[in-house]
Design a protein around this ligand. Structure first.
Ligand code: NDP
Length: 312
């Protein structure tokens, strides 16, 4: 039974760059935002190391420290940031009914969804052990650290092809590990990869093990046709096998594409439910950068402020 009931003007679900930027703007607009941080407070940046592409940090900054700064700024401006989970929502009535931590009912005038996405991983022990020590799920974030070195990337979709092309500009050689005998990516992306001289594609190949004690030193791949194995020396291992948006609790209520990304109206953060806004990686499968997520978090706060004002 849900005993406690709380009225909230602006509920923000999720605590990555999108959620915190929404909180900063909503707090300054006097909307008294309440944020539930979710399963991974601070979001995906808390599992990266140096962030060098977020403007305003000339010397770069560690991902966890940056998210701590986002939080401090939001709290200083008055956001109520809570460690906890929104486990259920009902957007069929207003105020929106959201259940926090299975026990508390929040009645929200507006809801900003910033639940992000999670990278898919291969699920092998060496991947987990070396995560952050040469294993990464984001070439744009971490590729720079491997300039002039050999790297490997696993995946065969548009993301893997795009990231392989990006890495090829920085790295000496890029080994692309593709589990079938063909790509999933669009023809244009395949063409680009196959015409880049320093990308070597290993078809019908799976990752047997990522090698290295403290840091990645290589990868052992297995050919799934003849079962032969091969060890390749690399300093970085990138996983680009897709992301899963964290939008399960909104299924059946908010419009989403077949992969679960929330659909927002063009040039806005409006979902199909007036008063519910979506920003960051939960609705963006193309750019997925901290700075673009932060930008859309700002948009969501402005949209929700203006929407609320129009209701009065
Ligand atoms: P996709 O789901 O399209 O592709 C995932 C790839 O990873 C597939 O090739 C799949 O192999 C492979 N894979 C999955 N699991 C494993 C595993 N365990 N081991 C090895 N390989 C594995 O994800 P993307 O992130 O590439 O793209 C997501 C969506 O975003 C797509 O719709 C894409 O078109 C879009 N996108 C568009 C871009 C653009 O237009 N510029 C850029 C980036 C993404 P298999 O093929 O064998 O299933």
């Amino acid at each position: 039974m849900n005993q406690e009931v709380e009225n909230v003007e602006c509920l923000i679900i999720g605590s990555g760059p999108a959620g915190f930027t929404a909180a900063i703007y909503a707090a300054r607009a006097d909307m008294k935002p309440v944020m539930y941080e979710g399963l991974q407070p601070g979001g995906q940046l808390t599992i990266t190391t140096d962030v060098e592409n977020y403007p305003g940090y000339p010397d770069g900054i560690m991902g966890p420290e940056m998210m701590d700064n986002f939080k401090k700024q939001a709290v200083r401006l008055g956001a109520d940031v809570r460690y906890g989970l929104i486990t259920k929502v009902d957007f069929s009535q207003r105020p929106f009914v959201c259940i926090a931590d299975e026990s508390k009912t929040i009645l929200a005038q507006t809801v900003i969804i910033a639940t992000g996405a999670s990278a898919k991983w291969l699920g092998i022990p060496s991947e987990q052990r070396l995560n952050g020590s040469g294993v990464s799920a984001c070439a744009v974030c971490d590729g720079f650290f491997y300039r002039g070195k050999d790297v490997a990337i696993v995946g065969a979709g548009d993301t893997a092809c795009e990231e392989a092309s990006y890495l090829a500009k920085l790295c000496t050689k890029v080994h692309m590990i593709v589990r079938r005998d063909e790509f999933r990516a669009s023809k244009a992306m395949q063409h680009r990869v196959l015409n880049t001289p320093n990308i070597v594609v290993h078809f019908n190949s799976e990752t047997d093990e990522i090698l290295g004690d403290q840091v990645v030193t290589g990868v052992r791949i297995k050919n799934n046709v003849d079962q032969s194995t091969q060890e390749i020396e690399v300093s970085g291992f990138f996983v680009a096998i897709g992301h899963t948006p964290n939008t399960g609790i909104f299924k059946g209520q908010l419009d989403m594409d077949e992969q679960g990304y929330l659909i927002t109206k063009v040039d806005s953060t409006y979902t199909n439910i007036p008063g519910v806004f979506a920003c960051g990686d939960a609705q963006d499968k193309i750019y997925r950068q901290a700075v673009t997520a932060a930008g859309s978090g700002c948009m969501a706060a402005l949209d929700s402020e203006r929407w609320l004002a129009a209701q009065e």
